[in-house]
Write a protein that binds this ligand. Structure first.
Ligand SMILES: Nc1nc2c(c(=O)[nH]1)N[C@H]1C(S)=C(S)[C@@H](COP(=O)(O)OP(=O)(O)OC[C@H]3O[C@@H](n4cnc5c(N)ncnc54)[C@H](O)[C@@H]3O)O[C@H]1N2
Ligand code: MOO
Length: 415
């Protein structure tokens, strides 16, 4: 991982550390578990019950006393008298007496007296009796109370994002409410007088807006609440006005374009005018060098502004690497980026001292399981057409040992 500065530019690793250092999680709230889907736990969660809740049958069969079957064999089957039936969801106060069996279905509580279950495939039933031709150890096909979890056992730690499987695990353990950090509500400000929505007629010099669909789509794919997404004219006053409103309404602000050194690049100056604290501007990465990051104080909260460079590939990197990290910090998620690792198939020499983010194809050899990264053409910052073929965004550090073919580098999934 690159560290420190390259020609006055901050490293990607230091940018990621900055987000963790300066951002605090949004205040927690208590919610019913299903309303907490996609949110991050703000507390340690413990099982509210034993799991399983009671001794229960793992199969459809018969609840019996194993001692009754000690001598059972195909030559000397044991005949037991049927003395009841227990479907799942019901229980019986009656016990299984010696020489008796009770019909039991999967998940039903094991009646007193019985210590094992004989599955129905191993039994011949004739009217009111069952014939068993094999001996069974105690606790065969039986799920014991508390064998998975004891009431009070730690189920999850703070910082865990809840998905469907985790919600189900909470529900099974009797947990109905959890404290979570809310999702961050994001405002997106797209700059660029030259951009027009696709489908409209273009005047000479104009282009179709790619960053609007890119940022809105990326946020929507993650289920991120969007406060608003607006196009802001390339005028200082307009940017100040839009930022002031965004600071009042949002937990995080993303801008695209207008962060470089051009006459109409107003984001850094507008942020300064509104009193935001700048944490860095310009990173040793390509694409996305002039990325601007700062925070504004608003009613006791600290609102991050991530100023992404306007080139669409720089916006892609900004979202996948930087905005994702900012959102993780705001939402209290205790997780690293979801890095994968694979070897470069070809040299990926950088043009300068900046680390590169390259859109690549990930190929896995089905026999060896070895993953390699195959390069794609059209990698420049203003190009996105190779997204049709790209699987991952590979982080290729600028050092020679890292960009040579065969080097193992990190990647983030693009889909
Ligand atoms: N003299 C210098 N010029 C530039 C430098 C530099 O160091 N010195 N850095 C270059 C790098 S690297 C980048 S990245 C860009 C970033 O500039 P901005 O963030 O100010 O972005 P813009 O100038 O507004 O736009 C850049 C580029 O992207 C196109 N664009 C903008 N918005 C959209 C959109 N919504 N959809 C599609 N395309 C968009 C815009 O037309 C420009 O072509 O600065 C370099 N310049
Ligand atoms: O930092 Mo820029 O995105 O290389 O053109």
């Amino acid at each position: 991982m690159a560290c420190g500065t390259t020609q006055g530019l901050l490293s990607v690793a230091d940018a990621l550390a900055t987000y963790r250092r300066v951002l605090a999680p949004l205040s927690e709230q208590e919610l019913p578990i299903e309303a907490a889907l996609g949110q991050v736990l703000a507390e340690t969660v413990r099982a509210a019950v034993d799991l399983p809740l009671f001794d229960q049958s793992a199969v459809d069969g018969y609840a019996v006393r194993s001692e009754d079957l000690q001598c059972a064999s195909p030559q000397r089957p044991v005949t037991l008298t049927l003395s009841g039936e227990i479907p799942a969801g019901q229980s019986t106060a009656r016990a299984v007496a010696p020489g008796c069996a009770m019909r039991i279905l999967t998940g039903a509580p094991v009646p007193a007296g019985a210590d094992t279950i004989v599955r129905q495939e191993w039994v011949v039933r004739e009217g009111g009796v069952v014939r068993v031709e094999r001996a069974l150890a105690p606790v065969t096909d039986l799920r014991l109370r508390g064998e998975e979890l004891r009431c009070g056992a730690v189920l999850a730690d703070p910082g865990l994002r809840l998905d469907a499987g985790r919600l189900a695990a909470l529900a099974m353990a009797g947990v109905s409410q959890v404290k979570v950090h809310p999702r961050a509500r994001v405002t997106v400000l797209v700059t660029g007088d030259e951009v027009k929505p696709v489908g409209e007629l273009l005047a000479p010099g104009q282009i179709f807006d790619a960053n609007g669909p890119l940022v809105r789509g990326w946020l929507a794919q993650r289920g991120q609440p969007l406060v608003r997404c607006c196009v802001v004219a390339d005028r200082f006053e307009n940017m100040c006005e839009a930022l002031a409103q965004a600071l009042e309404e949002s937990d995080a602000i993303i801008t695209t374009g207008g962060v470089s050194v051009g006459d109409r690049d107003h984001v850094p100056d507008a942020a300064e005018r509104l009193g935001l604290t700048r944490h860095f501007w310009k990173l040793a990465q390509k694409p996305g060098k002039p990325l601007w990051f700062g925070t504004g104080a608003q009613a006791g909260r600290s609102i991050p502004l991530i100023g992404l460079p306007g080139n669409p590939a720089a916006v892609l990197v900004g979202l996948a690497v930087h905005v994702a990290a900012v959102i993780r910090a705001l939402e209290g998620e205790d997780a690293e980026p979801e890095w994968g690792y694979a070897a470069l198939q070809e040299d990926a020499m950088p043009a300068d001292q900046r680390d590169q983010w390259l859109r690549m194809q990930l190929r896995t050899d089905p026999l060896s399981g070895t993953a390699t990264l195959a390069p794609l053409p059209r990698q420049a910052s203003h190009m996105l057409s190779n997204m049709m073929a790209a699987d991952v965004l590979a982080w290729v550090p600028a050092s020679e040992e890292a960009w040579r073919a065969g080097s193992v580098v990190r990647w983030l999934a693009l889909r």
